[in-house]
Every structure is written in C-alpha cells, then in structure tokens.
Design a protein around this ligand. Structure first.
Ligand code: DUC
Ligand code: ZN
Ligand code: ZN
Length: 478
C-alpha cells in the first residue's frame, strides 16, 4: 500500500483552517500533524513513499456533488455524459464523490430502475458514487419498494412537482411518499415547480409565436417555484417528513425555506452555480452566428435562470451565508447543441433541460471566496462537508481527519482557471455554459481514496476506480 505525506499546506475544513501535514496510508487518512512533527518517533517525510508539496496551497476534503444526472433519459434523448466521462470530468474539477439519481420511469418497478442504474455505473466511474432514487410512478408497489431502499444504501428519493406526463407526482402521491419518508427517515428531495400551471403558460407562449429559448424562463415564472416550495413544505409539515428542496433558484423560494426553518421544520435547500452566476437577461442577450437567438438553449434548465434585475442571485448568495440554503450541487445534466438541444428549434418546450457544470463547481464556488461572497471554510462546507452530512456519508467523506477516506484536493489559490470551450473541458458536451469565466484559483492535485487521480491537469486514474457508496441516513436533521 502506498503511503503519502501532503506537506506544508493549509488544511481547510468547515470549521477552521490550520497549517498541517496530512498522512495517508493506502486509502485512508491516518494522521493530521503539526508541520514537520514526528509520528511515533519516525520522520514522516523520510518514511512515506511519496510527498506532495502543498506549500502555499489549500488542502481540502474532495468535493461531493450530490445532484448529478449521468445518462438521464430526457426529452427524447439522453444526458450526454456517461458515468465514465462525467466522473472523470468531476475528478478534474476537484470533485471526488457524486450522488446521481437512479430513475424509476412511469410504469417501471423501482427495483428495475435501480438495477439499470447500477448496471450503467458499475465499473465505469472514476470516483466514488452513490444514488438517490427518482420516484417517477408512485403506486402501492413503489411505496413498498421505497421502504427497502435504505437496505440498498439509498436514503433519499426525489419527486417532481414539475414535468406532467414524465416524472410528475400529484399532491396525493407526494403525501403518500412523504409518509414513507417519515417512517423510514429517508430524506424527501423535491423538484419544486408547479408543472401543470407552467405547461399552460408555455403552450400559450408558443401559440403567440414566442418559441425562442428565452421563453422557457418566462413560462417557468418564479411564482410557480414559490408556490410549489410552499406546498412541499406544508405537505412535509403535515406528514412529518424531512424535506430537501433541490436546485433552488428564486428569492421567493428561499424565503419559503427560511420561513419553515425558522419554525423549526426539518427543511433544507440546495442551489447550483447557474443560479448564482447566470441570469435570464444573459440568456436573452445570447445570440451567435451559428444559432441566432437559439444560442440561449445552452442555458435552458429547470428551474430556469432568473432575472438579475429581480435580485434572485444576490438573495441566493446571501442565503448561502446565512445557512437558509445549505449546499451547492450542480444538477449536472449536459446536452449537446448538435442533435440534442437543437430538438427544440422552433419550440422551446422541446429543448432538453440541463446544464453541464460538474467540472467547474469547486472553481466557481471558490470564486465566491475571492469575491468575498463566502468564506474559505464555508466553501468547503457548502461543497463537501454538508453534502456528506446531509446524505449520510460524513466521517468517511467530507472531512480531513484520521479514519476518513483519503479524498483530498490540493487547491492553488495563486493558480488560474480559464473556463473555455469543449477543447478545454473534459465533460462530453460540444459547448460550455461557462465559456469565458475566469477563476482566480486552480485544482492542483486530486486524490481519490489515496490514489492521485489528477495532477498537472492530467488524469491518472482509471475507469472503475470509483466504488458504490452505501449511504446511511442523513446526519444533518434537527
Ligand atoms: N432539471 C434540469 O435542468 N435537467 C434535468 C432535470 C431537472 O430537473
Ligand atoms: Zn429537478
Ligand atoms: Zn436534477
């Protein structure tokens, strides 16, 4: 087994930072030491197989992206990153674990949906991976199957108040599933947008000839997110289920979460980098020679980008500081412009929804440290420690301490990252929603369970390095 010393860096955790050396034995962190100190009387640097010099750099627990959709079937196509390409890109960006969504489609048994997801991921991942379960068809059999998910290491499930005819659940179905959540301790994850109302607005816009991608955001008004978030909160209150609202994009949805949390309810929320940095105005202004106004399709995701003039981005940054929102995930769900997004030429409703960000989450959130939006410790908390606690991985993941998996990122605050077009990223997309973003920092070295998988921007790992994570119940509930 290889032993490694990461020396001279600043170890940063959710609660503080310190100059410290980290000793790794095989797959595990075995010691965090005062710089230069001896371990059991031995000179550590002389006795390990390898020393990584982290002088002037941050040493942080590997990122955990708790919301990804590799290979998701959507809108007549499939998300363009496979478990292989998506997890490799994640590693490049300093993310060492993902939690992807196993899909139960309408008419399918949960067991079969889950088995298919294991088959897709098994032996293909570059980093460790777990699953949430999408419940796309609540019926008596699914409700029984859901109760067995914790035995499979799946302790959270996602429901959709959006996408009628695809993943949508009505209030009665949600109520029944939340009762299972209450009884098992599993976390209910909610896509909170009022899908039936949105579909009416979208149809009316198309009938008026408003078919460009921009109108996707007009149809998915923030009122529909606020309303659904409130409804989810009330159903959770009624049933006693713990609730986690995914991809929060609207200021008014944050207010709903804060309101419920102030009353002591077990309610949590995540946001994504696109809701912090990108806006509906950006999407409206996007035009290119190749695509014209259809260029805006690159940023079609749900919930949609929100208006900067309305102050959503500002309010979401604030909520990350005040813990009204607890985490940042990506909702990584990439689709190429060619053959995929272009399915919606002439009708924005047919554009597959999703943005690819898995490679850039750690960098984009570090930029929030540079600009003073969040502290260094909060960066680690939002991107690694809380995801681990929220989804039952803490202790092994999300922290640098003896006994934890050696998932470690050496991050260089003096480095620079230019986010560019497909040729510079590793995600399987023919464009970047983040093209032109400049980050004052750089992922230097990435270790996944003791193995250096990225160094000098070079991938050193192998397909199948990543293992399935059997998760415990949430360690974050009040
Ligand atoms: N939102 C997206 O943008 N893509 C996939 C699913 C979702 O809820
Ligand atoms: Zn969603
Ligand atoms: Zn999603």
């Amino acid at each position: 087994m290889t032993t490694t010393l990461i020396s001279g860096g600043t170890v940063v955790g959710a609660t503080g930072r310190a100059h410290a050396d980290v000793v790794v034995d095989g797959e595990t962190i075995v010691a965090v030491l005062q710089p230069g100190s001896a371990l059991l009387g031995t000179d550590v640097a002389a006795s390990v197989d390898r020393v990584i010099d982290a002088t002037g750099k941050y040493v942080i627990p590997g990122g955990i992206d708790a919301h990804t959709h590799m290979e998701l079937p959507f809108g007549g196509t499939e998300a363009s990153d496979t478990f292989e390409s998506g997890t490799r890109a994640a590693a490049h960006g300093g993310t060492t674990s993902i939690i992807d969504f196993a899909v139960q489609t309408y008419g399918q048994r949960i067991e079969d949906g889950l088995a298919a997801w294991h088959e897709r991921a098994d032996g293909n991942c570059a980093i460790d991976y777990g699953f949430h379960q999408i419940v796309g068809d609540v019926n008596e059999a699914s409700l029984e199957a859901m109760k067995r998910l914790p035995d499979e290491g799946i302790t959270s499930f996602k429901m959709f108040m959006a996408y009628p005819g695809v993943f949508y659940s009505d209030d009665a179905q949600i109520l029944k599933a939340m009762q299972v959540s209450r009884d098992t301790g599993m976390l209910t994850m909610m896509h909170a947008e009022n899908g039936p109302a949105i579909d009416v607005l979208a149809q009316q816009l198309v009938e008026q000839g408003k078919t460009d991608p921009y109108y996707h955001g007009v149809a998915r008004a923030w009122e529909m997110e606020e309303e659904a978030t409130h409804r989810a909160i009330m159903l959770a209150k009624l049933t006693g289920a713990p609730l986690y609202v995914v991809h929060v994009s609207a200021k008014q949805a944050v207010e709903q979460l804060a309101w419920a949390r102030d009353k002591g309810q077990n309610v949590y929320g995540e946001t994504c980098p696109q809701y912090l940095y990108l806006s509906l105005e950006d999407q409206l202004g996007a035009k290119s020679d190749e695509w014209g106004a259809f260029e805006g399709a690159k940023w079609v995701c749900s919930p949609p980008l929100r208006s900067r003039a309305e102050g959503h981005q500002e309010s979401i940054w604030q909520a990350l500081r005040t813990n009204d929102l607890q985490m940042v995930s990506t909702d990584h769900c990439p689709f190429c412009m060619k053959d995929q997004k272009e399915l919606g030429l002439g009708d924005f409703r047919k554009i597959p929804n999703g943005i690819g960000s898995i490679e850039h989450r750690m960098d984009l959130m570090y930029q929030g440290v540079v600009t003073g939006e969040i502290t260094l410790e909060r960066w680690v908390e939002l991107t690694s420690t809380t995801p681990a606690r929220m989804f039952g991985l803490y202790g092994k993941k999300g922290v640098i301490q003896p006994g934890a998996d050696a998932d470690i990122v050496v991050y260089d605050p003096e480095g620079h990252t230019s986010i560019g077009y497909e040729k510079t990223h590793h995600m399987n997309i023919d464009h970047s929603a983040w093209e032109g973003y400049e980050i004052d920092g750089h992922v230097d070295t990435v270790m996944s369970r003791g193995k250096v998988v990225v160094e000098n921007d070079t991938y050193l790992g192998a397909k199948g390095d990543g293992r399935y994570l059997r998760r415990g119940l949430s360690q974050y509930l009040i």
